[in-house]
Write a protein that binds this ligand. Sequence first.
Ligand code: ADP
Length: 633
Amino acid sequence: MKKQFQTEVGRMLDLVVNSLYSKKEVFLRELLSNASDACDRSRFEGLTDKSQAADSAYRIQIVPNKESGTLAVTDNGIGMTAEEVERNLGTVASSGTKRFLQAMQDKADAPELIGQFGVGFYAAFMVADRVEVTTRRRGAEGAKWSSDGKSDYDLEPAGDDAAFGTTIVLHLRDDAKEYLDPWRLKELVRTYSDFLAYPIFLCPDPSEKPDGKDKDAAPKEPEQVNSMKAVWKKSKSEAKPEEVEAFYKHLTHDDEKPLATVQFAAEGATEFHALVFVPRTAPYDLFYPNAKLGLQLYVRNVFIGDDVKELLPRYLSFVRGVVESADLPLNVSREMLQDDAVVRRIRKSLVGKILGELEDMQKNRPEDFAVFSREYGRMVKEGCHADWENSDRLRDLAVFASSAFDDPSKTTTLKEYVSRMPDGQKDVWYLAADTWDAAKHSPLLEAFAKRGWEVLFFIDPVDEFFAERVRDYDGKKLRAADRGELDLDAPDGEAKKADKDGKKPETEADKKFKPLSDYLAKRFEKDVREVRLGTRLVDSACCFVADEWGPSAHMERVLRAFNQPVPESKRILELNPASPMVEKMLGLVGDESRASDLADLADLLHGQAQLAEGTPLSDPARFNKLVSALAAR
Ligand code: ADP
């Protein structure tokens, strides 16, 4: 029966077929990988479901046929029912394909992306103009699927005599006949699929007579062409870099090299092998709660599961790879994993190794570390908040933009910041803002800049959570530049302290500006709690600050963006007593004839404070009018 491909599949097939992607050869890796997964799944079902005898002789066969121009890949794995065929091969079922299409949304035409995503089964159409799949699941009828990879496919029953498992026959295009050559096939298996846990046999070409011309090249009997040795169980010196890399690609479908590789074997109380990677690019769904992330788990050579999240804390969920342990029972279930002492020990030691690798990268491969921070820096900060045990190590891996640099991509660690602190600076200062530009040009920085004090820019919403957790560094307090009362002229940066009645000593300046402060406090009582003189400002007339314990303006916006309740809070308006505008306004207070001029200036001032902190203007139309009027004067 003829059926239409789902639109997305059609779109993708079009790209696959027309792509000029140079590494068409990866189609074989994709098909062998699927075959191996199918054996894993069958084996796993056999283990958990006693009614189904496990077939221990899992195998994968590759059969080239020069006469018919076909290449067949056969496995005796799980197979598919007709419905499964329809779902898996007729719609976008695979995560790789989804990621691919997601990436394609941003780029109108980028066939080279195909290679990066490993679109799985559909890669067959890079080399074949017709593909037939015959498959049968235990306990079900067989099904036969075939398609030319254009807009539709054919699906028919294949009856009871089809073998269990799956056979995929590729009718190779003229320019893909090299994949009928046994040497080429062997080379591809060794390069990409050597470590698969099932034997891969290259079978003799049935169209070639044993006494034919090519008798030296063609094998006479099925020949096993992969070593099956699990890379993760080899020692570091034993595993060749190409092999490790090929394994990474098999695992992730990523065409780039990993950013970091951690390979180790633990001995002692808990024995296990691990081979894990940090991909160069973060998955698009890293922050989705249901993202398929995590490690593969093997127990004594048997595949137990994918995406085993229990093996790593959430903040390291971007790490991909395999863990194999002989200390877990074969029939371990997901529920058991959650609270298992062995799993906990594996996790602890894995985390230690991964952090060690990241520290090493930070020290010795700064360029890679910059990539890491860009892709995963947020996870590090999240970890600092969540993982008490390792929070000190994570704290040193966290990086921030800073007022010290003119380049938004340049960052600093807390340690580097502290090493640059001039004499007289006591605390570590930060300013939270929505963007680097907003932070860089904030009037709040003026007084810091004048003193040569650096201010970290907290641009990521997690940064403020980080500061909540990491309250000081090397004995120096982390302090928000837009919060509380400061006196940066005082040797310690602290404002004058309140006396025991809670009253602050009033300075001459306070007295002088009191009429203006009172006027503004009344005019803006809706959103301003207090008007006071500050020493933060050098050039600007005013700014908003939060009080020492209230949420910052940035945090309020973050909470709002996540639909979280935002505590009712009013701002403190700080005036710069040295500003000519403020001085002028003071002169107008009490002059009835200039009342409306004063009101105009007051609203301008208020608007400026809002703009500077990144809060939307309360009355943009009026603000615009006032600015225009000012310009026309
Ligand atoms: P992926 O392997 O990334 O999921 P594919 O496009 O390669 O994506 O395959 C889609 C689905 O088709 C697989 O998830 C699997 O369920 C099924 N499939 C593919 N090849 C086989 C096979 N040889 N045996 C059983 N199922 C298969």
